[in-house]
Design a protein around this ligand. Structure first.
Ligand code: NAD
Ligand code: UDP
Ligand code: UDP
Length: 339
């Protein structure tokens, strides 16, 4: 018996290049905060077809409302810890809860998402020859002993703490990315994201900027966790999305820090929110959680040199934009200053 073999497919199989001119882009975690802003930006390019895979753990269809039904957009309810068989050219792999409250809620699931989820997306990238970008985190630096943090710093991470499911999970995800790159020639990009804020953040997700803004709008005290001198650097979401796309489209694997080097103590942040949003609001100190990093500030030399990227939006300009969105969602309009 004879069989006719089909002609060989090009290797690696690049779908858009072979079958069509559009670029098919998968965004895992695309129903979340950063993911949905990334989708908005990718959809602006008419050559892009965007597929979102999300299990809606911390994300919501509402964030993608305007794209549902669009011919270049597709939304799949999918958990990345399960295999995914689709055909794409690029993968932005964001799926993972980012807020400590949510990633600590089911730490075993957080590890599975980071490790098995990333493995599956790498397996997919390998099968279809797609380029894959991982959104890693400044948490890989742990409680850093080097300040500000360059990408060459290996970090100071507690492997058995309550944050480890996230920190160590992302560290393994980075390792997997580089092993697939070295062993299988997969095209990889790794972004180390520092604290990002902006419209569409989950109002009650417990992160500091969303907490302070919601509290200021609701006339509730701003809860500064002790000691209040710990620092973070906050990047506005449009700057972040711009950095991620430049990294994906550029020639460097990374890891590359993407964040805003403006550094603030949590007390300074509370004072700024009070001044800009509600000068009447009280600031109170509350207990902190274990292993809270004392300082965080990206060294963005690499992003500047290799991607031509730096953030444009200052904290004082970004906070009012986020306030606007939170007021709309909370249904609390700005108080009118009476005559
Ligand atoms: P987010 O929680 O708003 O979004 C994460 C999305 O992933 C959600 O839509 C959620 O439903 C989805 N998801 C979670 N687990 C999943 C799973 N197993 N399968 C499929 N979908 C799943 O968080 P975000 O702030 O948009 O963060 C996006 C990415 O950026 C994450 O990988 C996060 O680790 C990284 N990051 C964010 C920050 C930040 O400050 N926001 C900082 C560092 C790194
Ligand atoms: N995988 C996937 N989609 C694909 C190809 C693979 O989700 O299109 C998953 C697959 O189920 C496996 C993982 O990715 O669990 C790693 O795949 P790989 O081929 O690298 O390893 P293997 O299957 O040989 O363990
Ligand atoms: N934080 C705070 N008040 C809050 C929530 C958080 O002072 O209501 C502090 C927290 O102790 C930490 C910083 O803000 O030092 C950033 O916390 P977040 O959970 O936003 O992000 P991450 O710790 O992941 O950087």
């Amino acid at each position: 018996q004879t069989t006719t073999k089909p002609p060989p497919l090009p290797s690696p199989l690049r779908f858009s290049k072979f079958f069509q001119s559009n670029m098919r882009i998968l965004v895992t975690g695309g129903a979340g905060f950063i993911g949905s802003h990334l989708v908005d930006k990718l959809m602006e390019n008419e050559k892009n077809e965007v597929i979102v895979a999300d299990n809606y753990f911390t994300g919501s269809k509402d964030n993608l409302r305007k794209w549902i039904g669009h011919p270049r957009f597709e939304l799949i309810r999918h958990d990345v810890t399960e295999p995914l068989l689709i055909e794409v050219d690029q993968i932005y792999h964001l799926a993972c809860p980012a807020s400590p409250i949510f990633y600590k809620y089911n730490p075993v699931k957080t590890i599975k998402t980071n490790v098995i989820g990333t493995l599956n997306m790498l397996g997919l990238a390998k099968r279809v020859g797609a380029r894959i970008l991982l959104t890693s985190t400044s948490e890989v630096y742990g409680d850093p002993l080097v300040h500000p943090q360059p990408e060459s710093y290996w970090g100071n991470v507690n492997p058995i703490g309550v944050r480890s499911c996230y920190d160590e999970g992302k560290r393994v995800a980075e390792t997997l990315m580089f092993d697939y790159h070295r062993q299988h020639g997969i095209e990889i990009r790794i972004a180390r994201i520092f604290n990002t804020y902006g419209p569409r953040m989950n109002i009650d997700d417990g992160r500091v900027v969303s907490n302070f803004i919601a509290q200021a709008i609701r006339d509730e005290p701003l809860t500064v966790q002790l000691p209040g001198t710990q620092t973070r650097s906050f990047c506005y979401v449009s700057d972040m999305v711009d950095g991620l796309i430049r990294l994906m489209e550029g020639e460097n694997t990374g890891p590359i820090n993407i964040g805003n080097p403006g550094e603030f103590t949590m007390l300074e942040l509370a004072e700024t929110v009070k001044e800009l949003i509600n000068p009447e609001v009280e600031i109170k100190t509350v207990e902190n959680t274990p292993d809270d990093p004392r300082q965080r500030k990206p060294d963005i030399t690499k992003a500047k040199e290799l991607l031509g990227w730096e953030p444009k939006i200052k904290l004082r300009d970004g906070l009012p934009r986020m306030e606007e969105d939170f007021r709309q969602r909370l249904g609390v309009p700005r108080k009118k200053i009476c005559c």
